[in-house]
Ligand binder design. Sequence first.
Ligand SMILES: [Zn+2]
Ligand SMILES: [Zn+2]
Length: 810
Amino acid sequence: MKSAVARAAIELPNTVCQAEAIGVELARARIIVRGVVQGVGFRPFIYRLANDYELKGWVLNSTEGVVIEVEGLTNRLQEFIADITLQAPPLAVIEGVESSTLPPVGYQSFIIQASQEQEDKFVLISPDICLCPDCLRELFDPSDRRYRYPFINCTNCGPRFTIIKDIPYDRPKTTMAAFQMCPDCEEEYHNPNDRRFHAQPDACPTCGPRVWLVKGRTTGDSFAKGDDAITEARHLLNRGAIVAVKGLGGFHLACDATNSAAISLLQERKGRVNKAFAIMSLDCRVVERYCHVSDEERQLLESPQRPIVLLRRKTESPISALVAPNNNNLGVMLPYTPLHYLLLERRGDETDTPALVMTSGNMSEEPIAIGNEEALERLGTLADAFLLHDRDIYVRCDDTVTRVFDGKEAIIRRSRGYVPFPVRLNFEMKQILACGAELKNTFCLTRDNYAFLSQHIGDMENLETLDTFESGLEHFKRLFRVLPEVIAYDLHPEYLATKYTLELKRNGAEQLPSGVQFVPVQHHHAHIASCLAENGVMEPVIGVAFDGTGYGEDGQIWGGEFLVGDFQHFKRRAYLKYVVLPGGEAAIRKPYRMALSYLFNLPTALTSGLNLFDRTDPGELQIIRRQIERRINSPLTSSCGRLFDAVSSLLGICDVITYEGQAAIELEMLAEEGVEDGYHWPLPRGKFPIIIDAKPVLGDIIRDLKAAVPITVISAKFHNAVAEMVSGVCCLIRERDGLSKVALSGGVFQNLRLLRRTLSHLRRKGFETYIHHQVPCNDGGIALGQAVIANAKVTSPKLRRRSYVLSGAG
Ligand SMILES: [Zn+2]
Ligand SMILES: [Zn+2]
């Protein structure tokens, strides 16, 4: 499985050859190592390696990377340079090694020098990494001086991104600056043969951060400290309490995942009724008690990034059904901090729960809480107790959510453990800021051939989230030394990220370098470009972008789009026929409104007697009818997400949603396995753009519904119809444009049943297909697409006209 810590290939520097020519004379080499080489034990590694080869000189962290000067026998220098890549520490990601030969100056020893800064240079920063096996062993070793110490870490593990305020990565620039090392830690820190040599967050029970427990909605008096606090937190959890636990990138709300009463209390307090909660179990053996785990899924669960992995739940399971209502999957993660291990370890003296719910510490859709005072205030009504500590979290970072599709990782929310590791592009980028979308916002900064996607910021629906966006952006700009020359943003005038950009454009002259260009980007074009960028596809393709909402170039709400184009341009070749979105936002929250919007377009003889009419209040029915007829506060939409909503409500599965995507998810979950046929979806020929009318399919669904065909079968037939329609439309576009590569993007393709079937149809028809793996297909991946589009538009202002894209109708 490809992970963020995959090794990049390097070229051997030509110093080697030069050194060989000199033979075994003395020489000095100056070496710069780039990549994730800070905060991963790289300097101690170099120190030990230099001593092994009896080389003298120095190593330091600079804003450019790790800089080394070594002198000694030339053949040893040569081996030393080769070993930098061959033997690098486990968390290092080497992107390049450059070296030059210099005359020797007579160094007498090898030392680690103080860090050096240069304003415009940058380094890659390690994400936070879960507890390593060595530290885990020490954590439970009674003879170790860090026995049961909840902040144990070393150069191979621990917090990184979430505690770093600036580069270069040294303790004074982290939130560990507040802790003075004790003599024992000091000694380890300075001993090159110790695993904690220059481990910046190093700490022990004597000198490091502490944990304590606060109960109830009190003012913060500690109830228990240290190990007692953890033991007491376990007791509380076992008795059905909700405990706020301070983690790496923010607070979790924890409760016993087998205790339905505790979970329904959590749902009630959090204002989140149906959305699934993530859970945490001690190890894969426990997870297998309630979920199916493939080899690839196990690898992801156990990876140092420790994401939440979506797994298929077993029918018999001790986990409460309330954890993920109406869902066949569970989001599961393994412990990643020592504190998690102490909360979940098996103890003989009590009945252990196999899993804890570990959901973000926030009210629905607000940013996750990170500070102690903030948590006590904001989570005061949610938690019965708080397990706090005094190592500050500098950067808010939610858990990553991912899964395996076709044996490969397909990420859903890219955050802790992955960020700030960049997505590598196969072309150079200008320095660009892309502001992202409204829901699941992430932003993106680019330079060289890197795209630095931010952690999950969240739904930009409140000022708290906008604050997180702005402070996160300033932090990223500082860390990666990016001063954007271009700013890309979504066309939607109501998106907060767009308003932020337009405000910058109007009044931001002082904060921005002169000559900054602003590039608006269409939402679905960005989806497709994001997919192409991560797959390294530069040529024109057919892009199928299916999602809930995206602002179209005609001011309507798009979301069922077939585009042709590349990074620079696109043309809309086909789309779902517009229907009215009665009441705008209200129709998104209430899928029955969407269903009625479709039904009012069908003959009354067909729709009469449908149960949906009885379920709807007669007064509201009148209002909806009027909204549709007079188009009051009711835009048009081609959204595929809304079509799934309508079918879900029509089948009586979900009339009102409590979280985004609920109606479609529940429709997918019910689809019967093994149903091969689908509804016939007639497609118009010969005229572009193709307007795809869903009416005939809805008519067939209603006929099946009236004939009492099970909704599980109807759902399956509907999924099959959409998949077949996609490949049918792609064939028509191929006939016109001669393109045979298809990229699929947009949140609708999180639906694995649809994705799998669509891919198999397309491949059978001879298309080459591209989907997302490293970047979410939902709006969390939009920023990457915006960035590459803006880059293409500003670097080639003279349009490289492609006749098959721009000519003809459409
Ligand atoms: Zn460790
Ligand atoms: Zn200490």
